[in-house]
Design a protein around this ligand. Structure first.
Ligand SMILES: [Zn+2]
Length: 138
């Protein structure tokens, strides 16, 4: 399968991969607008974060079709369904979270989970919200 590189470290394919979708045979293909959003997310947030972080960032989940979002118990209004969010796993999620929080980069929501960081980018409508998932202390 062809690989579409968006930025130095991120491809369209990894932003559309879902273990759950693969395991259950669910379709997870973004339309043109959703691809545009994924590109904005990678160019304006993921890659600048990666450049500052300097270490591996694994995308647990980027784009999710409505079926996939339901399968992973995502929020019914999830930005993942628009290609505007990614869940990023690293060796140290809190370290990554702190870096993004203090980076001065524009984002919509930054959420620390026990094993990953959710970060979203809403073109022209970023709120720079910093949040903690249930059970994660600030
Ligand atoms: Zn997320």
């Amino acid at each position: 399968m062809a690989t579409t590189r968006i930025t130095e470290n991120f491809t369209l394919e990894e932003l559309c991969h879902s273990d759950t979708a693969a395991a259950r045979g669910l379709k997870n293909i973004p339309d043109e607008d959703q691809v545009d959003n994924l590109k904005r997310l990678a160019i304006n947030l993921l890659q600048p974060v990666r450049d500052r972080y300097g270490k591996a960032m694994h995308i647990n989940s980027g784009f999710r079709s409505p079926e996939v979002n339901k399968a992973v118990n995502g929020s019914p209004t999830s930005d993942h369904m628009h290609g505007k969010a990614a869940d990023v796993r690293t060796d140290n999620p809190r370290e990554l979270f702190d870096l993004v929080r203090k980076s001065g980069l524009s984002f919509d929501q930054l959420i620390l989970y026990p094993s990953f960081v959710h970060m979203s980018f809403r073109y022209n409508a970023n709120r720079n919200q910093v949040l903690y998932a249930k059970g994660v202390h600030p």
